[in-house]
Design a binder for this molecule. Structure first.
Ligand code: GUN
Length: 295
């Protein structure tokens, strides 16, 4: 069997087009233009690329983008003051502080200071708690995108065996909560899990979010399973160049799986689409309007 490739780029573009339509309707009918503030401290090249991509997606959707680039020496107090200013700004509906932050800043202090209603990353403990208890919440964008991709393959995830490899606060834990919300049977595996290949072979849905290049091998995958690869790892390629690979050995896996996301072009574009979806959701909630009907 050769797996169907889950084309996150096209699925993400279609999602962004639907968000742009809803955004246009919101501004025509209610005079509200959603705004996202993206804060970058320092000059990490990967973070600069993410921030540029997010800002472009925001303006492409017809939203306002407010970029704040601060020097790497910025103090915690200075960043906190900016967050408080953005919390109070009615034109800003979403706030995203790009991680990682420089070592003089405690990221949990900053993330906890963001107004939970503007927390488009879904990292505030209030949103994490609301997600865990099944209340409406802003949910982290990468796991949100992973579930949307899985639902392009399966109309319902109810009763499916889902295995999530990785237990980070950004991906693994919120992904497990979202899958529970979809009525999947969820196992969260991590670095201390015994017999990981065997655990993975139980999965109808396998999500890899460990940050280890090509760790998941073909023989870890149940034939016909859906594989969602969250990893983005830069490894040495041919001719002294580098290339991007996921956490899954793609060629081996596609020979066994039923459907699989590529890297790049799988989860990454969905994360960006979900940032703007969360900005739209935050703007609607702030105005007391119902959830946009998009996904
Ligand atoms: N750095 C890497 N991934 C993320 C993310 O999803 N959100 C933020 N704010 N920073 C990140």
């Amino acid at each position: 069997m050769t797996a169907t490739i889950i084309d996150g780029k096209t699925i993400g573009q279609n999602l962004r087009a639907r968000i742009a339509e809803e955004t246009a309707a919101l501004s025509q009918q209610h005079g509200i233009v959603p705004g996202l503030a993206v804060v970058l401290v320092g000059t990490d090249p990967a973070s600069e690329v993410y921030v540029r991509t997010k800002s472009k997606a925001v303006t492409d959707a017809g939203m306002r983008s407010f970029d704040h680039k601060l020097p790497k020496e910025t103090s915690q107090a200075e960043l906190l003051a900016l967050v408080q200013k953005l919390n109070a700004d009615p034109t800003v509906h979403g706030i995203l502080v790009q991680l990682p932050l420089p070592s003089q800043i405690d990221s949990s202090v900053i993330l906890n200071a963001i107004d939970p209603g503007k927390d488009v990353d879904g990292f505030h403990p209030m949103n994490a708690g609301r997600l865990a208890t099944g209340l409406p919440a802003l949910v982290p964008c990468t796991p949100f995108g992973c579930v949307l991709l899985a639902k392009t393959v399966h109309t319902s995830l109810a009763g499916m065996d889902a295995v999530v490899i990785g237990r980070s606060n950004i991906v693994g834990k919120p992904l497990a909560q979202l899958l529970l919300g979809e009525n999947a049977t969820v196992t969260v595996a991590h670095s201390k899990t015994r017999n990981l290949p065997e655990v993975c072979r139980r999965a109808d849905l396998l999500f890899a979010a460990v940050g280890r290049p090509e760790m998941v091998r073909g023989d870890w995958i149940r034939p016909g399973a859906t594989v969602i690869d969250v990893g983005i790892n830069r490894v040495p390629g041919e001719g002294g160049k580098t290339r991007l690979v996921g956490d899954v050995a793609f060629e081996e896996a596609r020979a066994v799986a039923g459907a699989i996301t590529p890297v790049p072009g799988g989860v990454g574009p969905m994360t960006i689409a979900c940032v703007i979806l969360n900005t739209l959701r935050a703007a609607c909630a702030r105005a007391g309007l119902p959830e946009p009907k998009i996904s």
